[in-house]
Design a protein around this ligand. Structure first.
Ligand code: G2I
Length: 469
């Protein structure tokens, strides 16, 4: 398939500037003045990432920009199936490990790309079908996610499984022909292998509300309703000369299903409208509280798969382009991810797995919920970089549900909380107590809600304790 041609054809609606119109501002505006992409994104609780091709890590000029501007990386090719399992059952993690080591040494988080994709299947898998392929692909997911366990912020578990055009259905592939449930089987295997990684579905030509994005939306809604583990949707955003007017609305409708959204492979046709489009995408992410980060598919124009499109934020000589400045300004102008007190906050996502079934009581149920530590539990996942971190905290109600909750966290010396969303913090250093806000205090038995906070210093070793009321 000529991927590039398809995506150019699909991006046809010119609507620059229309993005800002009509959107609901549920977010408070706090202008800031970061001077790098990563600092400005981090001030708003987001990451800013780049796709990295392995050999570029030995290019000093490239690495200088990467380390200065980006706090997240994704392997452009090194974690794909053909790279990691070139022969069946023989795994090669050389390139992936090198990128993870670079990320860890430089305070960057890592997106994993991609466990299953119909392209870049190794030759041996291309020749397989049916149950042999199904078990080979589940084994691949299990082995690779286990190898990188604990090191990946989010995995693209399945990439590009939906068809272009108006069908809204799945793309044909040997993976698809193993049965329509191949995607959920992959997500379940990935969850078991690395329970700490966010699990994403990733695709392109989903840059607005269209048949393809709606097909994906319906799949995510179905997964959430049946407890299939999915945490995020990646919007590749390989863009042409215009941006759909409903780009932000599309991100928001996915976020409203209770998943995070991320811009995962952003690049834009060079030319007069490039800076505006980059800014429009950045603004859209800033305006959606569950949009957790943006990744550009490369660093400099000449690193890009798009050849002479000049599709990225830096010239080949390393100079910043107008598009760079427009992204930086949009990050700095973006609202912080704190819900405004006058508007309802994001809806609490439903339980990610079915709530535990309660056996019929043998004694009359208590009239008041049991107090104390068994009332709720809290777990934290961290996105850290040199000098700072974002902590996402999951609160799970115990068997009695909650009317409200508090989570206490003791920060390491020197660390302090600078920004909190979906909870109210008391204190900023030492032991900090987070209390529910009005829309997420009441949880049914087994229900999960999330809040987050950003801090300076290290967030290592946080062990939250939860108290229900
Ligand atoms: O096609 C652009 C992207 C669309 N979404 C999924 C991404 O994974 C995909 O990335 C591109 C890489 O940027 C290319 O670098 O995926 C291509 C493969 O479909 C990558 O191209 C491959 C070439 O096809 C191979 O011939 C080459 O050996 O890159 C390989 C390594 O340079």
């Amino acid at each position: 398939m000529n991927h590039k041609r398809v995506l150019r054809l699909a991006v046809t609606v010119a609507a620059t500037g229309a993005l800002a119109a009509g959107m609901t501002m549920t977010l408070t505006s706090t202008a800031s003045a970061g001077t790098t992409l990563k600092a400005s994104a981090a001030e708003k609780g987001r990451y800013f990432g780049a796709a990295v091709a392995g050999q570029k890590l030995s290019d000093n000029a490239y690495v200088t920009i990467l380390n200065r501007e980006f706090n997240s990386v994704v392997a452009e090719n090194d974690m794909k199936w053909d790279a990691t399992e070139p022969q069946q059952g023989r795994f090669n993690y050389t390139g992936g490990d090198r990128l993870v080591a670079h990320a860890q040494a430089n305070g960057m988080s890592v997106r994993g790309h991609a466990l299953l994709w119909y392209q870049q299947e190794p030759g041996w898998a291309q020749n397989m079908s049916g149950s042999a392929l199904r078990s080979a692909m589940i084994n691949h997911v299990t082995q690779v996610a286990t190898h990188f366990k604990g090191k990946i912020y989010a995995w693209d578990v399945v990439n590009e499984a939906f068809a272009d055009g108006n069908s809204g259905g799945r793309r044909d592939s040997n993976l698809q022909r193993t049965g329509n449930d191949w995607i959920e089987a992959a997500f379940r295997a990935a969850r078991v292998a690395d329970p700490g990684a966010k699990l994403c579905y990733n695709d392109y030509n989903t840059d607005g509300i269209n048949a393809k994005s709606t097909g994906i939306y319906n799949m995510v809604r179905d997964f959430k309703s049946r407890g299939v583990p999915i945490d995020c949707v990646g919007f590749q955003s390989h863009l042409g000369t215009s941006l759909s007017s409903d780009y932000q609305a599309n991100l928001q409708r996915f976020a409203d299903l209770g998943v995070d959204v991320q811009i995962t492979e952003l690049d834009v046709m060079g030319g007069g409208n490039q800076a505006n489009i980059f800014a429009g995408v950045t603004r859209a992410c800033m305006n959606v509280s569950r949009c957790t980060g943006i990744t550009t598919w490369g660093v400099r124009d000449c690193d890009s798969w798009r050849g002479s499109d000049n599709a990225l934020l830096f010239e080949c000589n390393g100079n910043k382009k107008a598009a760079y400045t427009s992204v930086l300004n949009a990050l700095n102008a973006g609202p912080a991810i704190t819900p405004s007190p006058t508007t309802p906050g994001p809806t609490t996502p439903g339980p990610t797995s079915p709530p535990p079934t309660t056996p019929p009581p043998t004694t009359p149920p208590p009239t008041t919920p049991p107090p104390g530590p068994e009332g709720c539990t809290a777990s934290v996942s961290l996105n850290s970089w040199n000098g700072g971190f974002v902590a996402s905290v999951k609160v799970t109600a115990g068997s009695a549900g909650t009317n409200g909750w508090n989570v206490s966290v003791t920060l390491p010396g020197g660390a302090s909380v600078t920004n909190t969303w979906s909870a109210t913090a008391s204190g900023s250093t030492g032991t900090v107590r987070f209390t529910n806000v009005n829309y997420n205090g009441r949880l049914a038995a087994g229900q999960v809600t999330e809040f987050g906070f950003q801090g300076t210093g290290s967030g290592a070793g946080l062990t939250p304790t939860c108290t229900a009321s």
